[in-house]
Design a protein around this ligand. Sequence first.
Ligand code: MRU
Length: 361
Amino acid sequence: MNEASPLPFPFPTVRWRDGVVALIDQTRLPAELAWRECRDVPQLCAAIRELAVRGAPALGVAAAYGLALAWAGARQEGATAPAALARLREARRQLAATRPTAVNLFQALARAADAAEAAVAAGGDVDAVLARLLATADAVLAEDLARGRALGEAGARLLPDPATVLTHCNAGGLATGGYGTALGVVYAAVAAGRRVRVYADETRPLLQGARLTAWELTARGVPVTLLCDGAAGSLLRSGRIDAVITGADRIARNGDTANKIGTYPLAVLAREHGVPFYVAAPASTFDPDCADGAAIPLEERAPDEVRRCGGALIAPARVAVWNPAFDVTPAALITAFITEAGVLGPPYARSLAALAPGSAP
Ligand code: MRU
């Protein structure tokens, strides 16, 4: 990575700071790198809905700290442990209602809530339970950083030198605890001295590719070229791309994968042009409770995200809009999954079965 980079690596995306959840406000990038402080659960829920914090692993980290935030609020008001537990359960419900697709959010909520329930059942007072919740959230964050590093190293070995990679949305440090998944592969390859160039789809409608991927790669000194989503087919046909690598929001037992809208057409195009299509994701993104892609809940977002760009109206104000935030790529189009347990190929029903989503704090 570029020594002159203003970003430490890995850099923090979500942190617990003096009793608040502090997160990089991704709605303000690339104009400015600013922190947003969430002082209660409704503020954190708003930050998640607005995509100030986004990306499946980062949502998991934010959710885990969110339950600590709920507990800390109850504690400050002098609540007993049972009363604080009721507040925590309500906070869990509110956080779970923010965005439906990224399974990391739900796994982290379940893990943190289980830790709190167990601590209360064991007779812990409000301080002990808060300590337990913070330790759990710290563990979710630390595991995500470790998983990003491990899967990055596994994926880097798949790339030729030099390599040109096409990616979609942002599956980098910003989308995780701070390392990245699809971009983690790129960072690991660059750290190993390989020459890697990235092509980044802009990712309509919210432009995570343009605003976030192009920003974070540029800040790290990794060569990046931005393209409109519709240019991906021509790029793949040109023969310039060695591999397509994306992240994931939820992976079903059979390998069907939900990721940012536009991922599925990219997988179809990659297959058509004989380019490998890899999904880079930690175990926390695998959902053993979903048999296949049809069981994955796909978020639909507000029409104005499509009617407007950068706040300006770009379509008739009341035109009908369909705005799915995610699509499902069938397992058959995925060359392999890049995980912290290594590169897992088909048949996925067997290879994915060994992944354990979360470990105890
Ligand atoms: O709507 P977003 O920006 O949260 O969508 C994010 C993605 O689709 C990412 O590719 C995915 O979460 C993987 S992040 C490592």
